[in-house]
Design a binder for this molecule. Structure first.
Ligand SMILES: NC(=O)c1ccc[n+]([C@@H]2O[C@H](COP(=O)([O-])OP(=O)(O)OC[C@H]3O[C@@H](n4cnc5c(N)ncnc54)[C@H](OP(=O)(O)O)[C@@H]3O)[C@@H](O)[C@H]2O)c1
Length: 278
């Protein structure tokens, strides 16, 4: 298939290029070659490339920054996604839109399935959800892939942040009351590669299996790295971020399972593999 990856310089975008190029003909755009907030250019670019599938991994991803830059987050995550969806319709391409666990408010108490009620708490979560709405209103051929707590080689993430902090501090405060599933960008890219082989359009939760708090995640990172450091669990309120985050945003890969795909491996195994290569 001919696959266009929008946002190919991002953390996930890089791995999408690597993984999808194994079985597909790949084209890419970055913010320098295509700003998705420009509708005419977005339509022309997608039409000229004429892909079978567009994977849209571009976004304004600064969760806390979105609170003070609401218009920018809206412009990129909603208008930009609308533009990409319109371009896909014009080019008759299927779209993969990457979304987030932050569409949920975290009060369910058990893992979220694809059809559970969304209720984003933050500007980022709201804009990403509104991106989903645009995709559904404009297109018939779409896959919405909701994922969480991403880490990979091509962007700053929780793992690299923890390891950097350990260079300068003997003790680190880490949030202990938010639970989610850390997800390796390579594993997510592999799941997307499988999904787009079939016209099984719809919404999918795609995360590594099992879950933890940020504090437990940090413990595992330092255990894998062989670093001894004091990790103090703090509450969300004590940590004090600009954006509200769900307390329990574990996603169950329910539709993935119902389509007969094998479980995506545990975050513990994935993290170990990733850290061996750091
Ligand atoms: N990171 C996570 O933990 C996480 C969790 C759940 C879902 N997601 C979703 O997963 C996707 C990929 O995330 P990521 O972590 O790989 O993000 P990322 O590293 O921040 O990559 C996003 C890319 O989009 C580009 N971009 C921003 N504005 C753009 C515009 N107007 N036009 C074109 N490109 C633009 C960015 O360019 P610049 O860097 O130059 O601005 C960057 O290369 C996003 O949709 C995100 O919402 C991420």
């Amino acid at each position: 298939m001919k696959v266009l990856i929008i946002g190919s310089e991002g953390m996930l975008g890089h791995d999408l290029v690597d993984v999808l190029s194994e079985e597909n003909e790949i084209s890419t755009t970055t913010i320098d070659t295509l700003d998705i907030t420009e509708i005419k250019k977005t339509i022309k670019t997608v039409k000229d490339i004429n892909p079978d599938v567009v994977v849209h991994a571009a976004a304004f991803t600064d969760v806390d920054g979105s609170e003070s830059h609401e218009d920018l987050a809206y412009k990129v995550n909603v208008i930009g996604t609308r533009n990409v969806a319109v371009a896909c319709r014009e080019a008759d391409a299927a779209l993969v839109y990457i979304c987030t666990d932050y569409v949920f408010d975290g009060t369910k108490g058990t893992a979220y399935r694809e059809y559970d009620q969304v209720n984003p708490l933050s500007v980022y979560g709201k804009t990403k959800y509104l991106g989903e709405v645009c995709v559904k209103e404009i297109l018939n051929k779409f896959y919405i892939a909701r994922t969480s707590w991403l880490y990979g080689f091509h962007g700053p993430n929780f793992v690299t942040t923890m390891l950097k902090l350990a260079e300068n501090y003997d003790s680190i405060n880490v949030v202990g009351d938010q639970i989610g599933s850390p997800t390796y960008t390579v594993d997510l890219a592999k799941a997307i590669a499988e999904l787009i082989k079939k016209p099984i359009y719809g919404t999918y939760h795609l995360t590594n299996s099992e879950h933890c708090s940020w504090h437990e995640y940090a413990q595992l990172i330092f255990e894998n790295a062989g670093i001894e450091i004091e990790l103090k669990p703090v509450t969300t309120e004590e940590f004090g971020s600009a954006a509200a985050r769900p307390k329990y945003s574990v996603l169950e890969n329910y539709n993935w399972k119902m389509e007969g795909f094998p479980p995506i491996r545990s975050y513990k195994e994935a993290l170990k593999d990733y850290m061996k290569l750091l």
